[in-house]
Design a protein. Sequence first.
Length: 248
Amino acid sequence: MNPRDFTPRAGLLAGRVIFITGATSGLGRALALACAQCGASVILSGRNGNKLERLYTEIEQLGAPQPAIALLNLATATAVEYDSLADIVGSEFGKLDGLVHAAGLLGDRSPLEHYDVPTWCKVLHVNLTAPFILTQVLLPSLRKSPDASVIFVSSGVVKSPRPFWGAYAVAKAGLEPVRNMLSEELESAVNIRVNSVNPGRMRTPMRAAAYPAEDPKTVPAPEQVAGTFLYLLSEHSRGVRDRYFEAQ
């Protein structure tokens, strides 16, 4: 079966705890709602508390399992904040069944010759270093799940490098060896699988910033690419490890 054609059934993720970064916008928001509608208890992570609370209320109104909020600014979070978050997840939920790194920062679309160095460092941190740190601190909770899935959100620039994508392209390319190394290092942990997904073109604020002249109506909504992610977060993908998927 092609994961992009996966159609979720009611209760697909019932009993599962799924942590989603970038949950208030774009892909992260679409996945948070989709996971909640499939019965998961979703931990909503982002840097804007007001937006997180509105999404929390929206999920409650759907009649889905009660979500949780994890306020975390990936650009500035300290070791203490990461450790505190990991402790809360472990104590409140006892396990973690899914981790989706949907947060992202585009940065500049400029030549490397003129790329702003502080922006370069920030984009690499948010898109590459922060997912590594978050995965590391949440691994103890992932190990306690009988069937855990980690998903790194990739990009088409990984397979087709092109100019003017700067630190964003470098960071996304860097996530691929992270996925591979983590998969191999966790080979004996048969209950944890690690994969990456390139969602493709989506109607998101990041896409609009990257392609300001594009008609958004010609681009698929992020909800349309959720199938691959739901497949990888569900029991249907047990044994699927260290793979790169394209959702379109």
